[in-house]
Design a protein around this ligand. Structure first.
Ligand SMILES: CC(C)(COP(=O)(O)OP(=O)(O)OC[C@H]1O[C@@H](n2cnc3c(N)ncnc32)[C@H](O)[C@@H]1OP(=O)(O)O)[C@@H](O)C(=O)NCCC(=O)NCCS
Length: 188
């Protein structure tokens, strides 16, 4: 990958938070959540030259990209990471990030990216894939359920002084829906 392409991808990954995350949190609890998120965003901006670059080069993290025509519209990351105790399957891999620009949502692009993510999890040696999704993110929850994931537990996370809950979802590799496998696989 040449430097210009690499920089474009890093910039997209950091920029997508502006498009999808702000609105998600604003609807819920602006004062308690969005202000700490802004602080985190500023810190992220300062760390940008190192963090995303490091992730893209880390052998235990696979970053997958989704294009609509020539436009980069979504990305996913799978990684080797210790799973929470409610994930009891062997060799779990985390689906760490899964995001599409708002303009690209609801068009069937997420299913083939999910298929690629499951393939990448297998290539990392996984027998199951797990993720944490905010309990107040019904769209993502609906998408994961139709992709073959099931809820296996939950865990708390703190944003500023606010306690939030992530549902933990898991999918045994090999049991995901056939629909995803039959659709076009996006470019890496
Ligand atoms: C999660 C995400 C990748 C799914 O991609 P998508 O293109 O929106 O997925 P789809 O449209 O195929 O599926 C979403 C489902 O949620 C449903 N849905 C949409 N809005 C909903 C809502 N407010 N409540 C419940 N279900 C909803 C859709 O109808 C669809 O189900 P259907 O196919 O049975 O009709 C995408 O919405 C996204 O990037 N969201 C923002 C980032 C994010 O939250 N990522 C997950 C972090 S864990």
């Amino acid at each position: 990958m040449d430097q210009a392409t690499h920089n474009r991808i890093v910039s997209f990954i950091w920029g997508i938070a502006d498009d999808v995350l702000r609105d998600l949190f604003r609807r819920a609890k602006y004062p308690d959540v969005i202000l700490p998120m802004c602080v985190i965003h500023r810190l992220d901006a300062v760390l940008e030259p190192t963090k995303a670059t490091a992730e893209l080069k880390d052998g235990d993290v696979t970053t997958l990209l989704a294009f609509q025509g020539a436009e980069l519209v979504g990305f996913a990351q799978v990684q080797l990471k210790a799973a929470p105790s409610c994930v009891t399957s062997e060799r779990p891999i985390e689906l760490h990030r899964f995001y599409f620009l708002k303009s690209a949502q609801g068009q069937g692009l997420a299913a083939p990216l999910m298929h690629s993510a499951l393939e990448a999890a297998r290539e990392l040696g996984g027998l199951c894939i797990w993720l944490g999704v905010w309990e107040r993110n019904p769209r993502a929850i609906a998408f994961y359920l139709k992709s073959g994931f099931v809820k296996t537990g939950s865990h708390a996370f703190i944003v500023g002084g606010d306690r939030q809950t992530d549902f933990v979802f898991v999918c045994l590799l090999g049991t995901e829906v056939a629909r995803a496998a039959s659709e076009e696989v996006p470019s890496k």
